[in-house]
Write a protein that binds this ligand. Structure first.
Ligand code: ATP
Ligand code: MG
Ligand code: MG
Length: 415
């Protein structure tokens, strides 16, 4: 890294997570070079001539990004890991001012190994189950593709009973690769819906709550784990498989379970490779035990609240510190007693969300601060186009009561 300029993190993907990463990087004097379409949400938030135009799935553009970056990172796990592996092992050729070329080898964080494993949800969970930490996951079986799929589904039903969850192994987000199978009558429709994708079936998890914990993972340059530090546990609400709301602290979940969730999350992340922030999604079962649903190797929707609630080390600042191997705190506590994050999803009409933005802009209350984040994305039904974080001066129950007009409007927009 040359001494006379800012460190550069090359980021694959320029959506809202990249945008908020840029917002955290700007005051720190860190450059983020974004690989994505022209004028993507992240590029709007950071002015540099280092951005690359193109697809974050295009190996040639990824190499171009690598050539001008000190580190590479991702805002989305659905990327080409082969090229990341090749860049880290063999580097890219960079032209020098005198016309000669030099091999440049920017480290990739988190490791391409982690990204590749997490991309396949089935393998991801097999890894967790088989790790020496014996992490609890739902029972799962791979489903045959092609004409044997129906037989394979029948075997899954015999094993798990109904309902069970059929999931795409790769490429899914916001529940778009999931299908709840209630009976044999659903088999055809399930295969149709997820047609052509490599699938697996998961035993239904009869959860009473969903929690998520963000973890900062640090490692030295030789790949030895330095620390895994957890943020407070949050409650996530999913509607139609998409996260709509986050509550910190979780409502009606004991301190003991929250601490257990943090411990489990750090164990999960300790089995992976590379530096950065990670999200661990979990289920709380009836008996209070925890089960890991999945991991995201990047800043996450459930961690947006940290911008206001953990302002000294938001998940975005943490991503920058971790990737650059700068210090991170050994303990992460919220600076407010309670916070609620509401996703603004595109409504039935392009402007349905505007009412919500207006409500947020005009709300002032001694016991509730309101923070609006719009991503400047075109509105489409169900698309995440912004979020609102509300922070409270007392309990989560009090804050929820105060936030009712916001919650009601969020629910109304989705109709
Ligand atoms: P994300 O946007 O979080 O990446 P995704 O498309 O990867 O979502 P999952 O996290 O697998 O999807 O599932 C989405 C939601 O579906 C979960 O948060 C949970 O509400 C529900 N769900 C998933 N798996 C199960 C299961 N085995 N049993 C019951 N509900 C489940
Ligand atoms: Mg997922
Ligand atoms: Mg999920």
């Amino acid at each position: 890294m040359p001494e006379n300029r800012n460190p550069v993190i090359g980021l694959l993907g320029g959506g809202q997570l990249g945008r908020m990463l840029c917002e955290a990087a700007n005051p720190l004097g860190i450059d983020i070079a974004i690989l994505d379409e022209e004028n993507s949400p992240a590029k709007q938030a950071h002015n540099t001539n280092l951005h690359v135009t193109g697809s974050f799935k295009d190996p040639a553009r990824i190499r171009e990004l690598a050539a001008q970056s000190d580190f590479l990172s991702v805002e989305i796990e659905h990327v080409e890991t082969e090229v990341l592996e090749d860049i880290e092992e063999n580097g890219v050729e960079v032209k020098q001012a005198d016309g000669s070329t030099k091999t440049h080898r920017p480290p990739v964080h988190p490791s391409w190994r982690t990204i590749r494993l997490i991309q396949d949800k089935y393998l991801q969970k097999e890894h967790f189950r088989n790790s020496d930490k014996a992490i609890p996951i739902a029972d799962q079986v791979a489903i045959a593709s092609g004409p044997d799929a129906l037989i394979s589904l029948g075997n899954a039903a015999t094993k798990f009973g109904f309902p069970f969850m059929l999931k795409a192994r790769k490429g899914s987000y916001d529940g778009r690769g999931n299908f709840k199978v209630d009976s044999e009558a659903d088999f055809e429709a399930a295969v149709q819906a997820l047609g052509g994708l490599s699938l697996y079936a998961e035993k239904w998890a009869p959860f009473v709550k969903e929690l998520a914990v963000m973890v900062i993972r640090t490692e030295d340059d030789k790949g030895s784990l330095k620390s895994c530090v957890a943020y407070p546990a949050v409650e996530t609400i999913h509607e139609d498989s998409i996260c709509t709301k986050v509550f910190m602290p979780p409502r009606d979940v004991s301190e003991t379970i929250c601490e257990a969730a943090k411990k489990l999350a750090t164990e999960v992340i300790s089995t992976l490779w590379g530096r950065g922030v990670f999200a661990v999604e979990m289920f709380v079962l009836e008996d209070g035990s925890l089960m890991v649903n999945e991991v995201a190797p990047r800043p996450h929707n459930s961690g947006h609240y940290t911008i206001e609630a953990v302002p000294h080390m938001s998940q975005y600042k943490a991503q920058i510190h971790a990737v650059l191997d700068l210090p991170v705190p050994s303990k992460l506590t919220s600076r407010v007693p309670s916070a609620i994050m509401l996703n603004i999803l595109g409504g039935a009409t392009p402007s349905a969300h505007l009412k919500l933005a207006e409500l947020a802009r005009d709300a002032f209350d001694d016991d509730m601060d309101v923070y609006l984040h719009l991503y400047n994305k075109a509105s489409k039904p169900g698309r995440k186009i912004g979020h609102i974080t509300l922070t409270g001066t007392s309990t989560i129950q009090d804050l929820e009561a105060k936030a009712k007009p916001f919650i009601d409007l969020v629910d109304q927009i989705r109709q």
